[in-house]
Write a protein that binds this ligand. Sequence first.
Ligand SMILES: Cc1cc2nc3c(=O)[nH]c(=O)nc-3n(C[C@H](O)[C@H](O)[C@H](O)COP(=O)(O)O)c2cc1C
Length: 350
Amino acid sequence: MVLAAGATAWMSSTGSMADYDAYAESLRTAPAVPPSMRDVIRYATLAANSHNTQPWRFRIGNRFIEIAPDVSRRTPAVDPDDHHLFVSLGCAAENLAIAATSLGWPGELQIAPDGNLIRYAFVNGPTIASPLYAAIPKRQSTRAEYDRRSVPAAHLALLKHTADTAGVHLAILTNRADIDRLKEQVVAANSIQMADMAFMRELKQWVRFNPRSAMTSGDGLFSATSGNPALPDAIGRFAFERFFNARSESDRCARQVDSSSGVAVFAGDREDKAHWIMVGRACQRFALTATSLGIKVAFINQPVEVARFRADLAGLVGIAGRRPDIVLRFGYGATLPLSLRRPVEAVLTR
Ligand SMILES: Cc1cc2nc3c(=O)[nH]c(=O)nc-3n(C[C@H](O)[C@H](O)[C@H](O)COP(=O)(O)O)c2cc1C
């Protein structure tokens, strides 16, 4: 009796996974017939984005849709120069272009020279369904161990081909010795981040410890999407401070990298917002192509986030002197709970 009452109280403070999953599915339903521009924007918001802050605002104009940064959603500790914020905008822009083209609004993406505005301008032309369109609601960042299987050469070639973007260099590592060197960089950079109070404080603000808080905000990093248990908020915050430490996380990162088939490293030709957007487009195309091939991806960006590791990583992938932007591991594994988004109304500017 007491146990049952305790379980009920626990459930009512955390919310249920069934409700969470239904919410996540509702964000990913197929567009209405005929589709609306809200459907296009909903699909754009399903893009990868740093800490799931969803740092974007959309505006529907006369034959265009614009995407602008929402600087109220910056994460200055992990991303002091807004690099990840603009990569996230590029991921959303790519989803938007794929969805709009496939749903009856062919067009082209235009990036303002200063990178502060992206416009998808409609053009006259046929509706061409992109082979990547169906992958948009299925893609996720799968922060789990994979099963070590290799990706066939033909699929690696397809990944490289579809992610090929002007202004962006892509290196794919599949050689174990290279991946081991990268793993050392990830683990070392991760330890530095975990000793950084500002980084940890900011991360904790974006963690959602249970379905209820994830559904209330519609943003942030829900613990179950990283394979962690759902806990009441107070216990979750306590566990985060007490048990989430450099040693356990380093072990986990190492196992995850070991279990992956390979790693993709993206680098823009220049260090500016416009190129970070292009990097986002390329990495979103990579992730969607992987999804369509049954391949999982997850970001392991520690060596680009801790600036002192960038030169080593650039050396490893043969682009010495340049800034590597994004690191994605890939392989085969089980799907984890899908992440949430805020409703379209919350990101629309009138
Ligand atoms: C620029 C950028 C940086 C990211 N960095 C990391 C990272 O270092 N570690 C990680 O686990 N996920 C990282 N992510 C993934 C996001 O946390 C993820 O996209 C977001 O939580 C939404 O989840 P979803 O990709 O499953 O839809 C990054 C995503 C982007 C676009």
